[in-house]
Design a protein around this ligand. Structure first.
Ligand SMILES: Cc1cc2nc3c(=O)[nH]c(=O)nc-3n(C[C@H](O)[C@H](O)[C@H](O)COP(=O)(O)OP(=O)(O)OC[C@H]3O[C@@H](n4cnc5c(N)ncnc54)[C@H](O)[C@@H]3O)c2cc1C
Length: 388
């Protein structure tokens, strides 16, 4: 049996894994990425044309320094790879003033002094004519929001890592992780073992399969994305139509400016079926897309509510929807990254740095309390948030 030796192995070269590989390679670490498919594929959580980046984090003000670090990271990656990955459009949140979106965004803005605030009703109607506001809705605008291109970002980070000396094996499925001799860890593949000082497990929806003894309370959710044609696509271009989040009686949902000059992508946040990532049904049915067509018809103007394109994707959720980042008690020399509960893409370059710190035993620059694995002690595996 072949045994390969390296310093750090990154399992999964998707969203987080590609960024971690890049950040470790930048530090001159001997690192090997192992990816079951290939960077930029469409079978995990990092595909579907676009991801929202917001700075006024309604989830918790503690995310704001992380997103600021991530914006600097995206710009660095753009410079290093001469690609365009992040387009700032500003961001609009619309919902009841006492709902999570509005309350949370305003709180994050107040704590961190962000350029973000309520837009008066008549001004909102003029500036955002595509949005039908409901009685009682509040509109909040933030300057520092935009769109990240997920497939391009993953490919760019993985390529840059390899340029900087990282190893990358694609089409290889990791079968397990076990303690190695001395202070090492072994990664089991069909054709051999890799021995390392540390493993970073960035396997997204497949994390739980690879660390069963950690009993992490993660659930995987099937998500549907759909693209709706615009009658006048010019009105939905990134310079006129910001990324948006809406909280309506149907649930929380979000959308993007047109990136193909034809359609607008819309998706619900949560409310999808819990699935096994190896068994997920990737066929999108009319019934899957119908609820999205309904919110488009009811709450937006200028879009045909019949989708012309749709896709499935997966969230990996924790019970409180905050990330999971750290070493499970049952495993040595292994860092889990990061069960981002459907809102992690924007943070990838910053999480890459944090995970690199953890893998090398350095103190991370940003606090990780919100993401500590020990908060799951006593949790039941399952997700009862039921939010829409
Ligand atoms: C529909 C949708 C919309 C989203 N919208 C946003 C948004 O607007 N803004 C935002 O910030 N976030 C958003 N997110 C969340 C964000 O995309 C995810 O948090 C992020 O992509 C998760 O990255 P990951 O690296 O954990 O998983 P992935 O990107 O899926 O990477 C995991 C990788 O591990 C590989 N792998 C798994 N098992 C093995 C194995 N045994 N051996 C080798 N390789 C393996 C997989 O092939 C995969 O490439 C969204 C997610 C979805 C699904």
């Amino acid at each position: 049996m072949t045994i390969t030796r390296t310093e750090v192995v990154v399992i999964g070269v998707g969203t987080m894994g590609s960024a971690i590989l890049w950040r470790l390679a930048e530090r001159g670490v001997r690192v090997l990425g192992l990816e079951r498919f290939a960077p930029g594929h469409d079978r995990g959580s990092g595909h579907g044309e676009s991801r929202i980046l917001r700075t006024a984090q309604h989830e918790d003000p503690a995310y704001v320094p992380l997103v600021k670090a991530a914006v600097r990271g995206w710009r660095e990656l753009e410079r290093q790879t001469r690609t365009s990955l992040l387009t700032m459009t500003g961001g609009l949140s619309v919902g009841p003033s006492d709902g999570m979106l509005i309350r949370g965004a305003l709180e994050a803005a107040a704590v961190h002094g962000l350029e973000c605030g309520i837009v008066p009703e008549t001004e909102a109607a003029q500036r955002f004519p595509a949005h039908r506001m409901q009685p009682g809705d509040t509109a909040v605008w933030e300057r520092d929001a935009g769109v990240v291109r997920p497939e391009q970002a993953i490919v760019a980070a993985a390529r840059r890592a390899v340029e900087l000396g990282a190893g990358l094996r694609t089409g290889v499925r990791v079968l397990g992780v076990e303690d190695g001799p001395g202070d090492t860890v072994l990664v089991r593949l069909a054709d051999g073992l890799v021995q390392a000082d540390h493993v970073v497990l960035a396997a997204g929806p497949w994390i739980s399969q690879l660390v069963p003894r950690a009993a992490l309370p993660l659930t995987v959710e099937r998500k549907i994305l759909a693209w709706f044609p615009a009658a006048e696509p010019r009105r939905f271009e990134p310079d006129r139509f910001p990324v948006f989040l809406r909280e309506t009686p149907e649930g929380r949902w979000y959308g993007f400016p047109t990136l193909d000059h034809t359609t607008v992508k819309v998706a619900f946040h949560h409310g999808g079926l819990e699935v096994d990532p190896d068994e997920i049904d990737r066929t999108v049915t009319a019934a899957d897309v119908a609820p999205l067509g309904d919110v488009v018809a009811r709450h937006l103007r200028g879009l045909d509510p019949v989708a012309v394109r749709a896709a499935t994707c997966m969230y990996t959720n924790t019970p409180d929807a905050h990330f999971a980042l750290g070493t499970p008690a049952a495993y040595r020399h292994l860092t889990v990254v990061s069960a981002c509960s459907g809102h992690g893409f924007k943070f990838a370059p910053a999480i890459g740095e944090l995970a690199a710190d953890l893998a090398l035993g350095s103190a991370p620059e940003l606090p990780l309390d919100l993401f500590a694995l020990d908060r799951f002690a006593g949790s039941v595996v399952g997700n009862d948030r039921g939010d829409g």
